[in-house]
Write a protein that binds this ligand. Structure first.
Ligand code: SF4
Ligand code: SF4
Length: 78
């Protein structure tokens, strides 16, 4: 079962530089053109399923605006 990931973007810090969009290997990030941050930028958001929680986006973000979450499958014994 694939690992499921997701991100949260802190709108106080995202400046819409698109670095994370360029580096995401799953191509699941884009600027949200309907939202403005407090500083007037369009923030990044997830646009599709497929995030693996690899955290590359968080590593490359110069503003440390991204928090990555990862849900790993757990085997449950009957
Ligand atoms: S954690 Fe990885 S797959 Fe998910 S949005 Fe960030 S770079 Fe893309
Ligand atoms: S790299 Fe950081 S500041 Fe740049 S668009 Fe992505 S979340 Fe926003």
């Amino acid at each position: 079962m694939p690992v499921k990931g997701w991100i949260e973007v802190d709108h106080r810090f995202c400046k819409g530089c698109e670095l994370c969009i360029e580096e995401c290997p799953q191509n699941v990030l884009a600027l949200d053109m309907e939202v403005f941050t407090p500083k007037g930028f369009h923030p990044v958001h997830l646009i599709a399923d497929g995030c693996t929680g690899c955290a590359i986006c968080a590593v490359v973000c110069p503003e440390a605006a991204i928090t990555v979450f990862r849900q790993t499958p757990v085997r449950v014994k009957a």
